[in-house]
Ligand binder design. Structure first.
Ligand SMILES: [Zn+2]
Length: 292
């Protein structure tokens, strides 16, 4: 059977050929656990569940590894915990459980592995150290920043290839206020300092926490190896999240590519607008299932 996938990296439909048919490897960006999932969030889970089932059908149930992470350290989580007046860990544990219950109620299979960011701080710090050592990141005011201008050409990849963004525009960062510690507007945070009341871990750069993107580079490599077959996520993650994942992984692990096929699912829309927490036009999976 021929499986065709739309690869965002090439912009083309391509025939899927795994590196190793005995172990087909897929990584998908999972939820940030601060609120009960809505059906727009669930769409991504269902899309990759369908692909996971299809791969299992083609290559065999024991020959597909599907890793989907849980982001349990994030500023949105900190803000929500503060608003609720509850400890961060209590919030993330409860929402993770809701996520599991709601996705199971929709009939999704569990991924093979579901790593949490807070349990991989060691791997994250090690990867940041590699990126610095290879000359692609710098420390400034207790932050570690990725230097987008340093990427250059890596095999077929250059910064902006996945998202179609132009490096010159990102560096210039026209009309946006840029933090003084950044060399270029497009440089992004790998590590940042934590205040007393924020979650933090000791690191070579002081007590702090990872930026959002680095966790997926660290965890995908840990569970799937340096290069793997499929990386998935919502279309809104193409930039900056996925572009930055490729740059970090290639520059930190001295790779010429990172994931062979990049797949993006579309949004669930309500009256033409994306269903999102911030727009308030959402229905939670739980509420929807209560109605039926
Ligand atoms: Zn991710």
């Amino acid at each position: 059977m021929t499986l065709l996938l739309h690869n965002s990296l090439s912009g083309q439909k391509e025939e899927f050929t795994p590196y190793d048919a005995k172990n087909v490897r897929m990584y998908v960006c999972g939820p940030t656990v601060y609120n009960r999932p809505h059906i727009g969030n669930a769409r991504a889970v269902v899309v990759y569940d369908v692909l996971f089932r299809l791969l299992r059908k083609i290559y065999g149930e024991n020959h597909v590894t599907y890793v989907r992470n849980i982001t349990d350290v994030d500023d949105k989580i900190n803000a929500q915990a503060k608003e609720n007046g509850e400890p961060i860990a209590q919030l993330t544990q409860r929402v993770t459980q809701w996520f599991h219950e709601d996705m199971a109620a929709l009939g999704n299979l569990k991924p093979s592995k579901e790593p949490k960011a807070t349990q991989h701080i060691k791997e994250i710090i090690e990867l940041i150290e590699h990126i610095i050592k290879n000359g692609h990141a710098y420390e400034a005011e207790k932050h570690v920043l990725f230097d987008v201008n340093s990427v250059g050409q890596i095999g077929d990849y250059y910064y902006g290839k996945l998202s179609g963004k132009k490096l010159e525009d990102l560096i210039a960062g026209a009309r946006v206020e840029v933090e003084k510690y950044k060399r270029n507007a497009g440089d992004f945070v790998l590590w940042k300092p934590s205040k007393e009341d924020e979650p933090g871990w000791d690191s070579p750069w002081g007590r702090g926490r990872p930026g959002w993107h680095i966790e997926c580079s660290a965890m995908s490599t840990k569970y799937l190896g340096n290069d793997f077959d499929i990386h998935g996520g919502g279309a809104d993650l193409k930039f900056p999240h996925h572009e930055n994942e490729i740059a970090q992984s290639c520059c930190g692990n001295s790779l010429s590519s990172f994931s062979n096929y990049w797949i993006h699912n579309g949004f669930l829309t309500v009256n033409g607008e994306k269903m999102s927490k911030s727009l308030g036009n959402f229905i939670t999976v739980h509420d929807l299932l209560e109605r039926v």
